[in-house]
Design a binder for this molecule. Sequence first.
Ligand code: ADP
Ligand code: MG
Length: 321
Amino acid sequence: MSFLRLRNISKRFDGDTLALNGLTLELPKGQLLGLIGESGSGKSTLLRVAAGLETQDTGEVFLGDMAILNPSQKLVAGYDQIQLVHQQFNLYPHSTVEENIRRPLLLYDKSYAQDRTEYLLEAFSLGSMRKRLPRELSGGQQQKVAIAKALSVEPEVLLFDEPFSHLDPLQKRQLLEEVRDALNELQITGIWVTHDLNDALMLTSQVGVLHTGTLVQYGAAEELLKQPQSRYVAELFSPLNPLPGSQDLFLRPMAIHFSQASEGIKGRVKSCRFLPFFNQLTVSLEDVALDWTVFDNGRGFREGDQVYLKFSGEDVMSLPK
Ligand code: ADP
Ligand code: MG
């Protein structure tokens, strides 16, 4: 059963920019959705509407049976049940890690507050840093504290607005794994917004794609990869190679294989780039004056080499513009 429901949400700023365009999204309890969208696609607006922090023009938000009221309907905007974690850390600079996590629990029973704090310090591997001030932590560690702090009041839903976007890639990869494990253990229902598909895939296999205020596709990552409903979604996962003589038919580099001379399509390696898991080749198909991007997993070919390529018809994707 879906738990967080956004129904037909539209939002226009200044009577001009259409930030959200009739967006409908349903999130089952316990699911973490990775929501991918380029800058300006409406990601932050979507999260703010979902949290009751922004007034939408049309549509409704529900958490279970409860209607989420927007700031024009509710005196104090927002809900404890729905926590938003921002790019900015939002930590108290003069309080320790432990105090920051416990702070939202000031009005709660003391022993409950302490137990919950201990539990979160443990879940996010922050125990050894409990006495440090935010400025004594790296950016990534501060962001972990911010997430633990948002979880202290046991929210029903956690919304993440690109919390790791400013971290360097190495630091980010490890943190994403740690946070994924913690969120899985806590069975968090949430939306993790990012402009980076790889970040989303590190966290969850359920992804949605937001494009100019519309949720263009939503489902298992594998489904989006194999059955993209638009060229836009398809291109998020890999370059696309057009089939000779066609406007709408494409092949992914992963679907193109090397073959024996004479049985494949003839091409010449125009350039070869060394990437971590394979070499990326640009191959010109000599007979049709077309360049294809091809992955060479065996790193066997060099610039200038002649190659023969083959593919299977079932890997051809039809993607009308
Ligand atoms: P994202 O988070 O995906 O970058 P946003 O939701 O922040 O996108 O913004 C979507 C669109 O709405 C953008 O064109 C942005 O300029 C516009 N927008 C967002 N917030 C405001 C605002 N408070 N006033 C005017 N325009 C806004
Ligand atoms: Mg944003």
